[in-house]
Design a protein around this ligand. Structure first.
Ligand code: ZN
Length: 327
């Protein structure tokens, strides 16, 4: 452990001092976990209504199936809330994360998402075939920048239209699904905020999302979810954090609680990101890269570009102008 960078050790110490973490949930293929009791009448923690005012017929995914989760469900999300999220904030979160899900080879309901040039004209395409990536470009419209010396491809994917704060709500929603029942009392306003379809409503002023990109061939069928709650007696940091790792990406967001976070109102916040695992082979793939995302915009973002660098072992050019690579 002593060869870890000093910043990683300091961050680990920070979280150890200020937070107690619940056991992380490791989701792997074939697992089926149900959160909450199946006793009747059931209660929905999102809208705070119970049967028979609301129904619980559908299986409610604790996180969207787009992330490859087919096994974690909850008993405390009613059908109305399930549809509301599925048609709203989960789509925004899905659009925001789609380039990363493609590059990480995350299989959703319809397999790994394909990303192609927007618009009606023919154009570039990034598609995963199950064993390798198929990359297509046209001579008159070059898209990939190939460096055969470093075995890297560079390109700019586009992101489907999304509202940043709605994507943020989608992320917070996963955390609010995982928290234990006893904690939900602290998040009543937060539940109301994620259910609010008018995304212009202000909630908390500072809302950074830490995003760590771990380069290299990471598993595409493992999701790790973790909650952390502030230790008793500490009042200088946010009450709760949620960390979500899938493929090459780790997202950390705080779960705001109006009552529990009163002590940090108007305080400048400064805290490190929770330490993430390093890449498998830093000499070959590089070190994890941390960015802070500000998903607070309330207007739809259209045509955003996402830079991607792609390492490959072998590159096969075929006559149809497509290029095959492996991560
Ligand atoms: Zn509900």
């Amino acid at each position: 452990m002593t060869d870890l960078p000093a910043a990683t050790l300091a961050a680990a110490d920070f979280y150890d001092t200020h937070y107690a973490g619940a056991e992380p949930v490791f989701l792997e293929p074939g697992m089926k976990l149900m959160l909450g009791s199946s006793e009747r009448p059931r209660h929905c923690r999102f809208c705070d209504k119970s049967e028979p005012a609301v129904t619980f017929r559908d299986e409610a995914h604790a996180l969207p199936a787009a992330f490859g989760n087919t096994g974690l469900f909850s008993n405390y999300e009613c059908d109305a809330c399930n549809h509301l999220f599925g048609e709203g904030i989960e789509n925004h979160l899905g659009n925001w994360t789609k380039p990363m899900r493609t590059l990480s080879r995350i299989k959703g309901r319809n397999g790994v998402p394909t990303i192609k040039k927007p618009g009606p004209d023919k154009g570039w395409r990034v598609e995963y075939s199950g064993t390798s990536f198929q990359l297509q470009e046209y001579e008159d419209d070059p898209f990939f920048e190939v460096n055969e010396e470093t075995n890297q491809l560079k390109f700019e994917l586009h992101r489907d239209t999304y509202i940043p704060v709605a994507a943020l709500k989608g992320l917070v929603k996963i955390g609010l699904t995982l928290i234990p029942d006893v904690e939900t009392q602290h998040f009543r306003e937060t539940y109301d905020w994620i259910r609010e379809t008018d995304h212009s409503r202000n909630f908390v002023s500072e809302f950074p999302v830490f995003r760590t990109l771990i380069p290299g061939p990471m598993r595409n069928d493992l999701i790790v979810l973790m909650l952390m709650r502030r230790r008793a007696g500490i009042d200088t940091v946010p009450y709760a954090f949620f960390t979500f790792a899938y493929g090459n990406e780790v997202l950390q967001v705080f779960l705001p609680s109006l009552s529990q976070d009163r002590c940090i109102n108007n305080q400048p916040l400064s805290f490190p990101a929770f330490p993430t695992p390093g890449s498998l082979d830093p000499a070959r793939y590089g070190h994890p890269r941390l960015t802070t995302e500000h998903l607070t915009g309330r207007e739809a973002v259209k045509g955003e570009k996402v830079s991607a660098t792609f390492g490959f072992d072998t590159l096969v050019h075929n006559p149809a102008e497509s290029t095959e690579g492996e991560t």
